[in-house]
Design a protein around this ligand. Sequence first.
Ligand code: AMP
Ligand code: MG
Length: 447
Amino acid sequence: MSELLPVEEALRRVLELVRSKPLERREVGESMGRVLVQPVLADRDLPPWTKSMMDGYAVRAQDLRPDSPFRRQGCWELQTVGELTAGQVCQHPLEPGQAVRIMTGAPLPPGADAVVMVEYTESVVHAQDPQPRRLVRIKRPVQPGENVLPQGAVLSQGAEVLPAGWVLRPQDAGLLAEVGATQVLVAQAPRVAILATGDELVPADHTPGPGQIRNSNGPMLEALVRQAGGVPVCLGIAQDRFDLLTQLIRQGLQSDLLLLTGGVSKGIRDLVPEALCHLGVQPLLRGVALKPGKPLWVGVHRRNATSTLVFGLPGNPMSTLVCFELFVRPVLRAMSRHPQPRPQFLPARLDRPWQHAGSRTTFHPAWLTATDQGWIVTPVRWQGSADIQVLARANALLRLEQGRPRWDEGELVPVLPLPGGQLGGVGAAEAEKEHTPQTPNAGSNQP
Ligand code: AMP
Ligand code: MG
């Protein structure tokens, strides 16, 4: 256990322990970001009947042939026998020479097989006619099926609307409503206890005294958990005292996941691993070959039917974020039955040459920009893992493999987007400013 595990191997071991959450039926509107466990099927044909796609006249296309008896002076004249707006249904079959004024979305009358756009028609009355009839003059012929969507053309009854494994997005709610699916079967949201540890910590609404700092990891983790579809259970701050720590950890072990921050390194007050082991948490990882985040501690607390995965995240905010994205988010995804729980890296081109003297795989804060030429990545200035301001200057993590000293401008590198989706814009300009002039720094970039 003493040697540091590579990131992939560590993640593999952690994911092996994940038990997916039991299922529940939920309202669609409250299930955004959740993973469908069962496919959703169409409860009827879509569209449910052959419908008009235009405002115009429903006709029999054969009445508008060049040799049709309804041809008059280069146009065609049909008798208008009714009007159909969306929501109305016509039972009478259309006879030869007849047309029905029809609006978009209305079902075609029986016998009609095409719609002429209203723009190509004019209604006429022959004054000399003893019984004035409403006629429509049609200036262009149509093909059978023109401006018409046949019944079942989009989906036939019983067809799959969304597959199992689909991550629900707002636009899917419309599709689900159309097929009458008001609820979906998804995994229950994991409950995630969050406990910050450290004698120096005070809550964010306190003014820190000498030697104190505000607890920034707690609120960050709470937001990350919520955004990842978990239910945060905030346990506040534990002082670095064995009795207080064990008391709060005990509470945390009632959740599916327990996230602790701080207290997992080699300091004399780093009591978290000892307290966890004391409460029966079995260690799984004690350190990972990664920067930042090396001291990451992971264990499992097994009970009869359930278990709690416990993460001792390193205290520095950047380390906490990196470990969350590389390990905790994948666990939350796996618990929610996400088909791709592992971090999804994008290939991006480095916008400058880069040097790096790390002996561990490094996740460097960076700004990812979408361009016509693909993704471009700019590593941002970073003063090491305690640099909290960098959280606002980065929208991605640039992965730099261990043992490689330099990367060329334009080289493709793997980049992990951070949540929030802010690509380009203000951040891109800020990232650019960072590098003029480029400053050597205390982080992993040593030019
Ligand atoms: P530790 O892992 O406890 O040695 O903490 C490493 C560094 O992270 C120290 O500088 C701590 O003050 C800082 N730190 C620990 N916990 C937090 C927290 N919840 N919020 C902000 N900084 C923290
Ligand atoms: Mg500490």
